[in-house]
Ligand binder design. Structure first.
Ligand code: SF4
Length: 466
């Protein structure tokens, strides 16, 4: 088999491309008052909680700088670190598979599950498996995937798509969740109320039975340690630990950018991630495993290393820092655009500011050309990012790569020519027509803004008088 690196994520599989451009999807989302209320409440709450625990650390900025430096170093020697990780996993009894894209990854996982004979898998919340559309691939092969993270379960039962990296059902309120459970959850109490504790207990009852009767689990990974071959998953509910310890077979799908050089590096990220994401001082559950331990936990372990456009991102000197992302979702929670439109408008499993720079790079900018414009460039995402990804810089970089309409290119060429020729520029100003002449070319711009009227006197005229 030949593996091609540096290719965009393939079309027709996975969840990186929406059905319509961002402006059209956002327009619909903005009409949904309930969605906006839910989003405002949730993002404000997380923001406040996170701000308090970050303020407790006097060295937060140094930690951010350390996180950024470790990621930069990792990306600079990614091939050697991945091979080191592979050696560590294999030495500890695991099997490593390399997947160039979503199709290959889905095939590998589906074949592995089919070989066990299990009709069902339990899943830990994982952005990588959502990105490649693994659930759909498993279902097509007659295998039932069951999401065990509460919010992911709500999304799955509601036949819905996640709208936030960390809180996938952020667009749902508790009444909607009760209705979904009543409609879709096997064996649920028909008298179910919308009390959060009652809803959580119903999910727990359903999931416990599923945990105890399923022999294969699929997870993602927050980090992979090259030095030791160790994988790490951090989570809040404990469902992940059940998946990582109870089944006979564990299959982990990890994006290649999740590798870290050493065990010691993990210390930095275990401080940055919980404070920036859930506003906790540490993750309630941090699970780590290295290959297979005889008599303890899954006895078959497979690691699938996923490219799916990542080496394409790595090849771009400006855009590659998007691969530093640790999926904390802090940039979503501070983004004025995300807070109003929600995640579905981005058309990708990666919404918000990070989605606006990561999705177009994974797919090729042509396939997500409107996303780099889904930002006011206010810079709040950069300030919030625990690994200091300069998202506004990448947004501008990608806007330059995105295809521009012919009228816009013609207007820019005309403006450039005019400004290069002082007499022509002066004449244009005198005619006070420059702005108005531009009117037809900037229809999109003027749909939501006023085109400023030309001043009564230009600077040149004012200067000439003196
Ligand atoms: S870009 Fe930064 S703030 Fe946004 S999800 Fe990634 S790590 Fe978090």
């Amino acid at each position: 088999m030949t593996t091609f690196l540096g290719m965009p994520a393939p079309r027709g599989v996975g969840h990186l491309r929406g059905d319509e451009p961002f402006p059209a999807a956002a327009h619909k989302a903005l009409a949904n008052d309930q969605l906006r209320r839910n989003l405002r409440h949730a993002t404000t709450t997380i923001r406040e909680k996170s701000g308090k625990v970050i303020a407790e650390l006097p060295d937060w900025q140094e930690l951010r700088a350390a996180g950024s430096a470790i990621k930069t170093d990792t990306m600079a020697r990614l091939p050697e670190l991945l091979e080191q990780l592979e050696s560590g996993v294999v030495a500890a009894g695991g099997v490593v598979h390399w997947a160039a894209d979503a199709n290959e990854a889905n095939q590998i996982v589906t074949d592995l599950v089919a070989a066990t004979g299990s009709p069902r898998v339990i899943k830990i919340k994982s952005m990588a498996t959502q990105e490649i559309g693994l659930n759909e691939a498993l279902e097509a092969a007659g295998i039932q995937p069951v999401e065990t993270d509460l919010a992911e379960l709500i999304v799955q039962l509601g036949n819905d798509q996640p709208s936030h990296i960390l809180v996938p059902a952020i667009h749902r309120n508790r009444t909607e969740i009760r209705d979904i459970f009543l409609r879709e959850m096997p064996g649920v109490d028909p008298g179910l109320t919308d009390d959060p504790a009652v809803l959580a207990a119903a999910a727990r009852r359903y999931l416990r039975e599923t945990f105890l009767s399923t022999t294969v689990a699929v997870s993602g990974a927050n980090f992979g340690i090259a030095e030791t071959g160790t994988l790490a998953v951090v989570e809040s509910e404990g469902n992940g630990r059940m998946c990582l310890t109870l089944p006979d077979t564990l299959i982990t799908v990890m994006g290649i950018e999740k590798v870290l050089p050493t065990w010691r590096d993990l210390e930095v990220f275990l401080q940055l991630l919980p404070r920036a994401s859930t506003g906790e001082r540490m993750n309630p559950y941090t699970s780590m495993w290295t290959g297979v331990t005889p008599g303890d936990g899954p006895q078959n372990f497979h690691l699938v290393l996923l490219d799916n456009g990542r080496t394409n991102v790595l090849a771009d000197e400006v855009g590659r820092s998007a691969l530093h992302c640790i999926r904390c979702s802090a940039c979503l929670n501070v983004c004025p655009v995300y807070e109003r439109t929600g995640g579905h408008a981005y058309g990708s499993v990666y919404p918000g500011p990070i989605g606006a720079v990561l999705s177009p790079q994974l797919t090729g900018v042509e396939d997500n050309a409107s996303l780099p414009y889904a930002s006011s460039l206010c810079g709040a995402c950069f300030d919030a990012c625990p690994v200091r990804i300069d998202i506004p810089e990448i947004l501008v970089h990608l806007r330059n790569q995105a295809p521009h309409p012919r009228t816009e290119r013609a207007a820019m060429r005309a403006a450039s020519y005019t400004m290069d020729h002082p007499r022509l520029y002066e004449a244009a100003q005198h005619a006070a027509k420059l702005a108005r002449l531009g009117g037809p070319f900037v229809k999109g711009w003027t749909a939501a803004r006023d085109l400023p009227a030309p001043p009564p006197e230009s600077f040149r005229d004012w200067w000439a008088k003196r």
